[in-house]
Write a protein that binds this ligand. Structure first.
Ligand SMILES: *Cc1c(COP(=O)(O)O)cnc(C)c1O
Length: 363
């Protein structure tokens, strides 16, 4: 069967060349006679894979030397707890910006560990925008400020970071990882689950400024202690070996395409095709204010639930899968991560135009 265009929010599409390469190397990785799936994580072959992945990530994201790169498990959601356990260790206060479902969940989890203040929220706007952060709301003695750069469910992207002075800024970048250049020096930590833009589900990458490490609470499980993971170069226990290997192949693919500047151009071009159509369509409407629109996750609706359902069904039948919106918000959502080719977005927009035209005729 022909491959479909998969608009899933995650796990999501991987570049076809990466999948082909992995298939070619499945039974015999570089003449070792074994699959990467079967390889010892302490072998010299595997050492080259994990070190190679880190080096490429550092190069592409321009990660300064005073930041550690950790390859962990547990998904982004585990970090919702690990972050307060590792960093809410001075005043016991942390300031959270709530711009959608994921930052909301992170704030809720952190409340178990200390004094969490929601310094800005766009909940009343149904997260159709990123809330403005009033500097006066931020507490100078907070242990950190927390944001989610790209809200995957609601489809907004934070383009302006809160001004938090000396308080470290921590960002969930799960759904915009490697989608465009990011100035790491503005952050104490950025992290994300890999299954949106980097690798299959099961790998979580954390990039943490060194001076913030080493103050985890005593009760912190060893597996969630970032300092311990860093001391052991992510090999404290068995890391998600195969996912790190796929991550390396994805990074090689990005490098070949020209790095993150090229990725950004490509992603802007793709998003523009879809947003331009949503702006002109009479049937389909985007749900996020223009300035805050995500390049990765594009939610949209028609004015009826029946029509939404009919459209989603028609999409599935025509090879555009996982276009249904998140169960908490309904409607549709097209996730157009790095691996989605421009042809996929063009084909979707053509299909939407056709669908709209046919319904106009029927009226
Ligand atoms: C998907 C996602 C998560 C949750 O990731 P898991 O790996 O499933 O825990 C958290 N934050 C954002 C922004 C996401 O897109």
């Amino acid at each position: 069967m022909a491959r479909v265009y998969n608009f899933s929010a995650g796990p999501s599409m991987l570049p076809e060349s990466v999948l082909n390469r992995a298939a070619d190397e499945m039974l015999d990785y570089e003449g070792t006679g074994e699959s990467v799936m079967e390889m010892s994580h302490r072998s010299k072959e595997y050492d080259a894979i994990i070190k190679g992945a880190e080096a490429l990530l550092r190069e592409l994201m321009e990660i300064p030397d005073n930041y550690k790169v950790l390859f962990l498990q547990g998904g982004a959601s585990t970090q919702f707890a690990a972050i307060p356990m590792n960093f809410m260790n001075g005043s016991g206060k942390a300031d959270y910006v709530v711009s959608g479902q994921w930052s909301n969940k992170a704030a809720k989890e952190a409340q178990k560990y200390g004094d969490v203040k929601i310094v800005a929220s766009s909940k009343e706007q149904n997260f159709s925008c990123v809330p403005a952060v009033d500097k006066a709301e931020l507490r100078p003695d907070a242990d950190y400020v927390y944001v989610c750069l790209n809200e995957t469910v609601h489809g907004n992207l934070m383009r302006k970071l809160p001004e938090c002075g000396n308080v470290p800024l921590i960002a969930d970048i799960s759904s915009c990882f490697l989608s465009e250049p990011l100035d790491i020096t503005k952050f104490g930590m950025v992290y994300g689950g890999a299954q949106k833009n980097v690798a299959p589900a099961g790998l979580t990458i954390c990039i943490i400024r060194e001076d913030l490490l080493g103050n985890a609470r005593d009760i912190t499980p060893s597996m969630l202690d970032y300092a311990l993971m860093a001391e052991n170069d992510s090999l404290y226990n068995t890391p998600p070996c195969y996912n790190i290997y796929i991550c390396k192949l994805v990074l090689e693919w990005i490098k070949k395409l020209g790095g993150l500047d090229a990725m950004k151009k490509r992603n802007e071009a793709k998003a523009k095709i879809l947003y331009d159509f949503l702006d002109e369509s009479e049937m389909f409407k985007g749900t996020v204010v223009k300035d805050d629109r995500s390049l990765m996750n594009v939610p949209f609706v028609t004015d009826s639930d029946e029509l939404n359902a009919e459209f989603i069904k028609a999409c599935t039948e025509n090879g555009f899968i996982n276009i249904k919106g998140h169960r908490s918000v309904g409607g549709m959502r097209a996730s157009i991560y790095n691996a989605m080719p421009i042809e996929g977005v063009e084909a979707l927009v053509d299909f939407m135009k056709q669908f709209e035209l046919e319904h106009k005729k029927a009226e």
